[in-house]
Design a protein around this ligand. Structure first.
Ligand SMILES: NC(=O)c1ccc[n+]([C@@H]2O[C@H](COP(=O)([O-])OP(=O)(O)OC[C@H]3O[C@@H](n4cnc5c(N)ncnc54)[C@H](O)[C@@H]3O)[C@@H](O)[C@H]2O)c1
Length: 353
């Protein structure tokens, strides 16, 4: 395909981006008033991006961690923007934030278990809600969010950013032009070595120590406990979001059946022993989450989908996308090899070299 044609045909997808980052949402220079719940590492990313915009005003932030709030406040002073109202002191301080007069929209970037109640509180208060992935923990959580949204005729978006990745959008454009023919099989997942995130005492930004829970920093405080207590596809949306767009799920197609298998759990324990020694108290922790969780899904339109959740073993990052049709396929990793302590950290080696 000629590059010129590709760019011309891609114009519809890039137009939105061209308008959004630098322009303004309103002709009369009005600003959208936003509250951010959860100003940990991800919430700070959102704050930093919004502080760059002239059509958005962050009027309130909420967190329970003094250190994270201090880091977030510094972003406002660095950007020379007015400090927002702070809601803190209780896990339920967000209930006051959502009712603050003037707030139109809220962004939620808290641990997973808080997303459902925070989404519901935002919808009940009549706000636009954007939430970090995932929407909830149980099926009931998800239905509660959907039902509340329908009841209040609310607007809620799960902020699945991978749907907007440059290559993912380019492939969506190619799919819509029929370049892969009729789609047959798709793969994706969350394949990200999170050992240095799940165990982090905060002394260095990444990969420090083997602590988690109360002694952990950022996601080590809460995410690791999901690996202790739960076994399953804990984080499906980075993979399934783009895949669902490729095959028009809920736009004429739908998921039909699902089955999943989980492997044994070895990676997190081995990491603790390697970094902290066999006598470290965390070496006794039993993790329920299988190192590799593989989910197969069938669709009404006859495609299959394979999702893989792989966050406890050494590997460089890749979401493992594969989009395969009657005329060809796209895969985002090829001919690649990686051996811990032999390969350069987090870098593929060419398996054919
Ligand atoms: N889309 C992506 O690519 C991406 C990347 C990173 C994280 N995330 C998601 O963002 C969310 C936050 O992750 P993170 O990395 O920022 O974790 P984090 O632990 O750094 O931040 C979470 C923050 O929420 C705060 N918090 C906890 N309970 C609260 C409550 N009841 N009220 C107010 N604040 C509360 C914590 O004190 C912490 O500061 C998670 O859902 C995570 O999966 C998504």
């Amino acid at each position: 395909m000629l590059r010129r044609d590709f760019i011309k045909n891609s114009a519809f997808t890039s137009a939105g981006f061209a308008i959004l980052p630098s322009g303004t949402l309103y002709a009369d220079n009005r600003k959208v008033k936003i509250g951010v719940i959860g100003t940990g590492l991800r919430g700070q990313d959102h704050v930093e991006l919004m502080l760059k915009r002239d059509d958005v005003e962050i009027v309130a932030i909420c967190d329970v961690d003094e250190g994270m709030l201090t880091m977030a406040k510094k972003l406002f002073s660095d950007a020379k923007k007015p400090l927002p109202k702070i809601f803190t002191g209780s896990n339920y301080a967000y209930e006051d934030l959502v009712k603050m007069p003037g707030i139109e929209a809220i962004i939620i970037a808290t641990p997973w278990e808080w997303h459902t109640p925070m989404c519901i509180a935002g919808l009940e208060a009549g706000k636009y809600v954007g939430t970090e992935v995932v929407l909830g923990i149980t099926m009931e959580d998800h239905w509660n969010v959907v039902n509340t949204c329908e009841h209040y005729k609310g607007h809620l978006m799960m902020l699945e950013n991978v749907c907007y990745r440059r290559d993912v959008i380019a492939v969506l454009n190619m799919v819509r032009q029929g370049i892969f023919g009729e789609l047959i099989h798709l793969q994706g997942g969350y394949q990200h070595d999170l050992r240095g995130v799940k165990f982090n005492d905060g002394k260095t930004p990444y990969s420090s120590g083997v602590e988690f829970g109360d002694k952990g920093y950022s996601e080590a405080k809460w995410r690791t406990n999901h690996s202790v207590k739960r076994n399953g596809e804990l984080y499906p949306t980075h993979g399934i979001g783009p895949v669902a767009n490729y095959i028009n799920i809920n736009r004429g197609n739908r998921f039909l059946n699902l089955c999943y298998f989980a492997t044994k759990s070895k990676g997190l324990h081995e990491y603790i022993v390697k970094k902290g020694g066999a006598d470290h108290p965390n070496a006794k922790v039993e993790f329920r989450l299988g190192d590799m969780v593989t989910t197969s899904i069938s669709t009404a339109n006859g495609e299959t989908i394979l999702l893989q959740h792989d966050t406890s073993l050494p590997r460089p990052y890749s979401l493992g996308f594969r989009v395969q049709g009657t005329k060809g396929l796209w895969m985002d990793v090829n001919d690649s090899l990686y051996i811990e302590d032999v390969s350069k950290p987090h870098q593929w080696e060419n398996a054919k070299a």
